[in-house]
Design a binder for this molecule. Structure first.
Ligand code: ZN
Ligand code: ZN
Length: 98
């Protein structure tokens, strides 16, 4: 597995990332609350995601350094489709690319 993947806590209901601890239940279960949809739960969902700094580095290599997707993919152990998707998102609000 790619070492830049990290675990992210998310709300089971709306998949938002703003989960807060919200006290304990009698049995010692931790209770959580989502600040987006205000639902409460004792188990949160988990999503695997790449950390932001890593994404930036990859996009920078691909978009700003004229490397092709395949060599970037090899270098960072990603698929080319991931890189192309990240680049597409990035180009929407990058002055350097527009
Ligand atoms: Zn939620
Ligand atoms: Zn850019």
């Amino acid at each position: 597995m790619n070492k830049h993947l990290k675990r992210l806590r998310e709300c089971l209901y709306c998949h938002g990332e703003h989960v807060q601890k919200n006290g304990q239940l009698p049995k010692g279960w931790q209770r959580f609350r989502c600040t987006d949809c205000h639902k409460q739960f004792t188990l949160w969902g988990v999503r695997w995601t790449y950390d932001e700094a890593f994404r930036k580095k990859v996009v920078d290599a691909y978009c700003h350094n004229d490397l092709d997707a395949r060599s970037v993919a090899q270098k960072y152990e990603l698929s080319t489709s991931t890189i192309v998707a990240w680049a597409k998102k990035h180009r929407k609000d990058c002055d350097q690319c527009n």
